[in-house]
Design a protein around this ligand. Structure first.
Ligand SMILES: Cc1ncc(C[n+]2csc(CCOP(=O)(O)OP(=O)(O)O)c2C)c(N)n1
Ligand SMILES: [Mg+2]
Length: 561
């Protein structure tokens, strides 16, 4: 758009406001509804990643929010663009990730006629987004975009949706940019820390659970320091393993799907649980069975940045409305008791963790995912990103891979399939020098596998692993449990995924044995191209410890009984 005096269009003001807020990347699928914004990108220093489907674009933005703590930004068109983008909004909600989704909207003069692709975004995203706004006054663009950053990041972070009527974007405005946003911090007060100190002083079997967002490298260091000095066993909640170094002597394991039974017993038997950052939702709480609701059976300390989360499910004995990072700094300053009654508990818990995860279990078939994860944990740098979506294959990541650095686990707490490839593309776009491995199920992969084209387009050599067992394995497992032998809608006939990779201009290899994985991975790296490794997995290998046939037999026996 040509400058006219020194007035900016509202679209230019929008992009300027992103730059003021240090946004370096946006992810989009273009649409005629927001051409003026696309035009504003043309002359500004902001990296645009154009994607193949809005679901992928929105997940990329969510992954940026999840790993950086600053809003990931996505632009999509009205109607079908917005509906396609909705999974990213849902993930950002459940995963407490800051994200801003900008959606083109029909012009103000067409509103309420159900004009072409018109949608009421407040109604559509009302129960999912933290805030939905439609900007109808161009002059207020800086103000409302600034507020979007505050809404997305404050308290418990989440998604914000901003609808942009087409005619608003092209109007010229005089309003100067708003000042840059600063994330709002909340810290633990001295009285809370004194109470916590007393609770720790009275405890015999305490455990620390880490989860949620609003962590930072510095926060993770401080909490590790706190745990070390108090000799506390530390567990992480579902898909937040990266918050604590798996090889730290206090690490007790992660609470997710298929956790170590010894860890579950430790949490249930604790007399003090400190939950920092997380919500202990259905997955980590093992279907809300670990801790009594509403009154926990043990002394329960809950630290969360969102005031609304405190007392929402578990009624805490001590509620601390603080970001995990600020709390960790305060905790690191607490003096430990002179004699620690639970001395040795952390070492015992860590020994249990190592024993549970050290040696892959034997499973049917030529490729054992346990050995693949063990190879990855020993051979890729600790700062590598590992992403996944949803499916039983992820159980092997959770059990046998070891996350050692903050924000290296990029996985949906919301359990959304199709997340792995977009998340990996986003990580490689942000961090070209770091190794990025995307692990997928065969069902999972084809939900957003087309974003492999985006990896090729931007020269992003991610390594995509497709675990092909020819079934929607998770659902088949539940099916065999509930309706043994009655297979319905869970079988997949798959393409040749290595050929798919080559067709896109990437590297592809098929892996039929465990031994063939390492050379294929090295060949993928050596190619310098985005790569897909197609792993042929025996469908019988449904979890690290169960087979489909075994599950079916048990279910049939129970029916017969
Ligand atoms: C978007 C979405 N759709 C459906 C589901 C339900 N679901 C959970 S796991 C799963 C099957 C995953 O299959 P696959 O990716 O092949 O992995 P596998 O379980 O076979 O290892 C399905 C359909 C979901 N979690 N997310
Ligand atoms: Mg599968």
């Amino acid at each position: 758009m040509r400058p006219q005096g020194n007035l900016r269009t509202a679209a230019e003001a929008l992009v300027d406001q992103l730059i003021v807020n240090e946004v370096q990347h946006v992810f989009c699928v273009p649409g005629e509804s927001y051409l003026a914004v696309l035009d504003a990108f043309h002359d500004r220093d902001i990296a645009v990643t154009v994607c193949r489907q809005e679901g992928g674009a929105a997940m990329m933005a969510e992954a940026v929010g999840k790993t950086t703590g600053r809003p990931g930004v996505c632009f999509v068109t009205r109607g079908p663009g917005a509906t396609n983008a909705s999974p990213g909004v849902h993930i950002a909600q459940q995963d407490s990730s800051p994200m801003i989704l900008f959606i083109g909207q029909v012009g103000r003069d067409q509103k309420e006629r159900e004009a072409f692709q018109e949608v009421d975004y407040r109604a559509m995203f009302g129960g999912m987004a933290k805030w939905v706004v439609e900007i109808s006054d161009p002059a207020r663009m800086p103000e409302l975009v600034s507020r979007a950053f505050y809404e997305a990041t404050s308290g418990r972070p989440g998604p914000v949706v901003v609808a942009l009527p087409q005619d608003v974007l092209t109007e010229r405005i005089e309003t100067p940019p708003a000042p840059p946003f600063r994330p709002v911090d909340t810290a633990a007060g001295a009285a809370d820390m004194a109470t916590l100190s007393d609770m720790l002083g009275a405890a015999k079997r305490p455990i620390l659970l880490l989860g949620g967002s609003r962590w930072s490298e510095e926060g993770c260091r401080a909490i590790a320091d706190f745990a070390t000095r108090f000799d506390l066993p530390v567990a992480t909640t579902f898909r937040r393993t990266h918050l604590f170094d798996a090889l730290h002597p206090c690490f007790a394991g992660d609470l997710g799907i298929g956790p170590n039974p010894k860890l579950l017993a430790r949490v249930k038997g604790a007399d003090l649980v400190m939950l920092v950052g997380g919500r202990l939702g259905e997955m980590p709480s093992q279907g809300y069975t670990l801790i009594d609701i509403p009154g926990p059976q043990m002394t329960f300390v809950h630290v969360h940045p969102g005031a609304q989360e405190l007392g929402r499910v578990y009624r805490p004995h001590l509620a601390v409305n603080a970001t995990p990072t600020a709390f960790a700094a305060a905790a690191a300053a607490l003096p430990p008791p002179a004699a620690i009654p639970w001395a040795g508990a952390a070492a015992a818990a860590h020994a249990d963790y190592l024993a549970w995860t050290e040696t892959p279990t034997e499973v049917p078939g030529g490729v054992n995912l346990g050995h693949v994860m063990a190879w990855l944990r020993d051979n890729i740098p600790a700062d590598s990103f590992v992403s996944n979506g949803a499916g039983n294959y992820a159980g092997w990541i959770h059990r046998f891979y070891r996350f050692r650095r903050f924000a290296t686990q990029v996985a949906p707490i919301s359990g959304s399939m199709g997340y792995s490839v977009p998340a990996a593309v986003a990580m490689k776009r942000l961090h070209p020098d770091r190794t990025v491995v995307s692990i997928n199920g065969d069902g999972d992969f084809l939900m957003n596998g087309q974003e492999f084209a985006t990896a090729v387009q931007y020269g992003l050599p991610v390594i995509v692993v497709v675990c092909d067992n020819g079934i929607y394995g998770t659902i088949r497992m539940h099916q065999e449990r509930e309706y043994p032998g009655r297979v319905s809608a869970t079988v997949l006939r798959n393409p040749d995924f290595a050929a798919y990779a080559r067709a896109f201009g990437g590297f592809g290899a098929t892996v039929e044995t465990t031994a063939a994985f390492a050379p294929a991975f090295r060949a993928a790296q050596a190619s310098g191209l985005p790569a897909i490794l197609h792993l042929k997995i025996d469908p019988e290998a449904i979890t690290p410890t169960a087979t489909l046939a075994g599950i079916r037999e048990t279910a049939l026996a129970a029916q017969g009984a």
